[in-house]
Structures are given as structure tokens and as C-alpha cells.
Design a protein around this ligand. Structure first.
Ligand SMILES: Nc1ncnc2c1ncn2[C@@H]1O[C@H](COP(=O)(O)OP(=O)(O)OP(=O)(O)O)[C@@H](O)[C@H]1O
Ligand SMILES: Nc1ccn([C@@H]2O[C@H](COP(=O)(O)O)[C@@H](O)[C@H]2O)c(=O)n1
Ligand SMILES: [Mg+2]
Length: 258
């Protein structure tokens, strides 16, 4: 199933998106420009990315398991949707009712900002602009978080945000998601929710929200389309109350064989 395009998501004028093939793509940078700026940071001598460690390998091969249960990889669900579509809210409920570890890419990046490192400053700068952090940084944070959980079911919330994220994840971890959940929400509803979130996030202001919506439309939707073409996407209507939406989520998760 290829996901219907933005018309169905009730686009508002707030986003003023550029056509995918044309117009200025500055706001769409996955990491081209930033790579230049952070070249030194990323290319600094450091140990090369290790091959999946034994802990991660235990999680990564086919999750059906091939050596008596010792090599089971966790069931991995990517959770996608526009900014404010309710990914974090629904993930918290899924984690609690279905025993998933909840790894939020945004939270992992924000934790890195709190560390006060040079990398943290770079991440803050990118998040303030609603752009996407270089994949090497995000995938490494996710890889470490996956390694440090024993959970057999993992939700990866807000990742992959662009094709480059997806490809880097698959290359570095050697695995793919078992399921992709897409919370489909109209833009005007997402804007309303974000402006009312009140959690002091540096990117919850109308200017940055507009940029995040454009980035979602231009870079994240192609990832959803990619997984749709592989039969992995389950789209959930993310309008209505949290409880109503969780009703649809429950239907999906109760039908899964982990
Ligand atoms: N169904 C809903 N109806 C109204 N408000 C909601 C609903 N679901 C979540 N919210 C609220 O909307 C805001 C955004 O929700 P949430 O943080 O879960 O979104 P998100 O998709 O994780 O956003 P982001 O991509 O910015 O992290 C929060 O304040 C949350 O409490
Ligand atoms: N894969 C990702 C995920 C997030 N970011 C950056 O963090 C911001 C906030 O993410 P949320 O999921 O918490 O909304 C997002 O706008 C990006 O700037 C990222 O770069 N890559
Ligand atoms: Mg979130």
C-alpha cells in the first residue's frame, strides 16, 4: 500500500511546502550542508563504527531466532508521523500495555544536548532550525540504546526521518523494522497540538513548526512510501481523542505475533 499524499492529511497553509522536485531545498537538508559544518566533528579520529556487538547481534538476526533463542532480534516497530501527530503519546501507551521499550530519537538527541558537548551544541542548532541531524549521530545513539535494553520489542519513535536515516540504520545495524506505524494527522491539528504542548521545547514555535512540517512532507513521506511498497506500513488515523486513537493502536498491536 502506497500511502496517500498530503491532500489526505488536510494540509494547512501554515506549511507552504516546496514542490518535491523544485524550489529552494535549504529547509530540506537531511545533512548535506551540516555535514560540511560538522565535517571536522564527524571525521575526527575515532574508532570506526564497530560491527554489531554480540549484545546487538543477539537482537539483530531474524527475530524468529535461529540458534535456540540465543540470537533472537527484538521485534522492531518504527513509529512515524508528522510533528505533533501523537507519536510520543501513543508510544508511551504501547510501551506500557505491550511491553515495548520506547526509544525516541528526538529524546536521545535532546539528552545529548544536555551533555553539554560540542556535538550537543550542533544538535541543538539543528533542532532549533527544524532540520535533520546527521544520520551518523542519530543512528549511533539508537544503536547504543538498543544495545542497552534487553526488551524483546522495541518502538523507535521519530526515526527514520529521511532516506539517509533509513539507509544508515539498515547499514549499521544490519536489520530492518518488522512494522512501521504511521500516525496520519492533518497539519492544522498538528500545529494546534504543538503550540499547546508547553514543554519548553526550542522547536515548538510557529516558525520552526512550519519548517518541521515541510521537512516531514518532503523527506519523511518518501520513507513511509518506501516501507509501504514493502508492505510494512500500518496507517492509523491520528485525529480524535488519545483514547480513540489508542483504540486503533490496540487493534493493530493485539493482532501482532511478536
Ligand atoms: N489525540 C490527541 N488529541 C489532542 N492532543 C493530543 C493528542 N495526542 C497527543 N496530544 C498532545 O499533542 C502534543 C503532541 O503530542 P506528542 O508529543 O505525542 O506528539 P509527537 O508526534 O511525539 O510530536 P513530536 O514529533 O514533536 O515529538 C502533546 O501536548 C500531547 O499531549
Ligand atoms: N531521526 C531524527 C529525529 C529527530 N531529529 C531532530 O529532533 C527534532 C525533534 O524530534 P521529535 O521526534 O522529538 O519531534 C526534529 O525536528 C529534528 O530536528 C532528527 O534530526 N532526526
Ligand atoms: Mg515526540
Amino acid at each position: 500500500m502506497v500511502v496517500e499524499k498530503k491532500k489526505k492529511r488536510g494540509k494547512s497553509e501554515a506549511a507552504d511546502p516546496q514542490p518535491r522536485g523544485g524550489g529552494s531545498r535549504d529547509h530540506l537538508l537531511c545533512d548535506t550542508m551540516w555535514r560540511r559544518r560538522v565535517g571536522a566533528l564527524l571525521l575526527r579520529p575515532r574508532s570506526p563504527l564497530p560491527p554489531p556487538s554480540s549484545t546487538l547481534r543477539r537482537h539483530l538476526p531474524d527475530h524468529q531466532g535461529s540458534d535456540g533463542g540465543n540470537s533472537r532480534k527484538p521485534f522492531i516497530a518504527f513509529v512515524l508521523g508528522g510533528p505533533g501527530s501523537g507519536k510520543g503519546t501513543q508510544c508511551a501507551r504501547i510501551a506500557s500495555d505491550y511491553g515495548f521499550a520506547h526509544l525516541s530519537a528526538g529524546d536521545l538527541l535532546r539528552n545529548e544536548i544536555s551533555s553539554g558537548t560540542e556535538k550537543g551544541e550542533l544538535i541543538l542548532d539543528i533542532i532549533k532550525q527544524g532540520k535533520i541531524v546527521p544520520s551518523e549521530i542519530t543512528v549511533e545513539l539508537i544503536r547504543k540504546a538498543m544495545e542497552s535494553t534487553d526488551a524483546k520489542r522495541v518502538l523507535i519513535d521519530g526515526f527514520p526521518r529521511c532516506e539517509e536515516n533509513r539507509i544508515a540504520f539498515e547499514r549499521i545495524t544490519g536489520t530492518e523494522p518488522d512494522l512501521v506505524v504511521f500516525f496520519d494527522c492533518p497539519e492544522d491539528e498538528m500545529v494546534k497540538r504543538l503550540l499547546g504542548r508547553n514543554q519548553g521545547r526550542v522547536d515548538d514555535n510557529i516558525e520552526t513548526i512550519k519548517k518541521r512540517l515541510k521537512v516531514f512532507e518532503s523527506l519523511n513521506i518518501p520513507v513511509i512510501d518506501y516501507y509501504s511498497s514493502r508492505g510494512k506500513v500500518h496507517k492509523i488515523n491520528a485525529t480524535g481523542t488519545e483514547q480513540e486513537i489508542f483504540g486503533a493502536v490496540r487493534k493493530l498491536f493485539s493482532s501482532l505475533r511478536f
